[in-house]
Design a protein around this ligand. Structure first.
Ligand code: NAP
Length: 317
């Protein structure tokens, strides 16, 4: 079976660490379900794995946590968190499929029973494969952690990222007023087309203070996030593309009674709710591009360059 895998990590040139070739499928644990993968998507998590950081085990190690395909005659999307966590308890028990030794960027994979959700018919394979990591993370940030409601102002930092484009689409569909920041005029334009009401340059003054800020960028935007949150508002953090050590103005935090939440991935119930929400609102995830699996290195390089708008996908059809 064709697969994208890692043999030797490369801290400096992670995209170069990806190999694509034929691998024998590993024996699936008893009771797991086989999926013929049609498309997958990349995440920053894969880049960390390729750098040699994280819990990935075994060599060769198949990368990837996002996949959609066909299982037992049904079009499905894979829920990528194992073992199946108790409701609402993502951490500390959760681990992604590739970190448990079961990456999904391969022609045929096996997943635990109950980890398959029906693919909404209006989504392409790449759009469906975009949902498991970035979109699930954005869903939990917005609706479980920040409790976004119609009329809320939601500020999304770094408009082009997978989580950011997901947050724009989901918050707009939920009736929020979405403001985005981006360093790129082109990405600002594209964010408006996704449903954002306003798009400003990174660090620029917001038109309205936000009820909720979606933070995925880290130190490059965190000070702006606290400056742009209304009294009593919420900042939700799921990552730090520009680093992990941000300065925090504590006076602003307590004087405005701003809440800061960490958030990671989501439960199976949240994934099912996300897929149902996407189907009900006929949302189409922003896909930057889809390449054949043979060109997955170029997709990873595009992610590292920060050039993408939306998800970087690969086709295994
Ligand atoms: N905790 C979880 O469960 C979870 C799940 C998924 C992702 N994550 C994390 O979330 C973060 C975002 O991941 P992603 O895949 O959505 O997106 P990404 O490809 O990592 O990039 C997101 C955005 O960051 C912005 N950015 C990067 N460097 C910047 C800088 N120096 N100044 C200003 N903006 C900068 C860019 O925005 P512009 O070019 O538009 O300015 C880019 O579009 C990563 O750290 C990832 O590891 C965590």
């Amino acid at each position: 079976m064709r697969a994208a895998y890692l043999v030797e990590p490369d801290a400096d040139r992670p995209a170069e660490a990806i190999r694509v070739g034929e691998l024998d499928p590993a024996p699936a644990p008893d009771g797991w379900v086989e999926v013929d993968v049609r498309a997958g998507a990349l995440n920053m998590h894969d880049i960390w794995t390729l750098r040699g950081v994280g819990a990935a085990t075994g060599r060769p190690h198949i990368i990837g946590s996002d996949a959609a395909g066909v299982a037992e005659g049904r079009d499905v999307i894979v829920y990528p968190v194992v073992p199946r966590p108790p409701d609402g308890k993502i951490v500390p028990h959760a681990i992604l499929l590739p970190d448990a030794g079961h990456g999904v960027l391969a022609g045929r994979i096996a997943v635990p029973p109950g980890h398959l959700v029906a693919k909404p018919a209006h989504l392409s394979w790449s759009e469906a494969a975009s949902l498991p990591t970035a979109w699930l993370t954005a869903y939990r940030m917005l609706f479980t952690k920040a409790r976004v409601e119609p009329g809320h102002v939601v500020l999304v930092q770094g408009a082009g990222g997978g989580v950011a484009t997901a947050a724009i689409g989901l918050a707009a569909a939920a009736g929020a007023t979405v403001v985005v920041t981006s360093r790129s005029p082109e990405k600002r334009e594209r964010a408006l087309a996704l449903g954002a009401a306003a798009a400003i340059g990174s660090g620029e003054r917001v038109p309205q203070l936000a009820d909720v800020v979606v933070e995925t960028v880290g130190p490059a935007t965190f000070e702006h996030s606290t400056r742009s949150t209304r009294a009593g508002g919420t900042i939700v953090v799921c990552g730090g593309t520009s680093g992990f050590a941000a300065e925090l103005d504590l006076a602003r935090l307590f004087a405005r009674e701003i809440s800061v939440h960490g958030s990671t991935m989501g439960t199976l119930a949240e994934f099912e709710a996300l897929v149902a929400f996407v189907a009900a609102h006929r949302i189409r995830p922003a896909v930057d591009s889809t390449a054949d699996l043979a060109d997955v290195r170029a997709q990873a390089a595009r992610m590292l360059a920060g050039a993408a708008f939306g998800k970087l996908c690969v086709s295994l059809s």
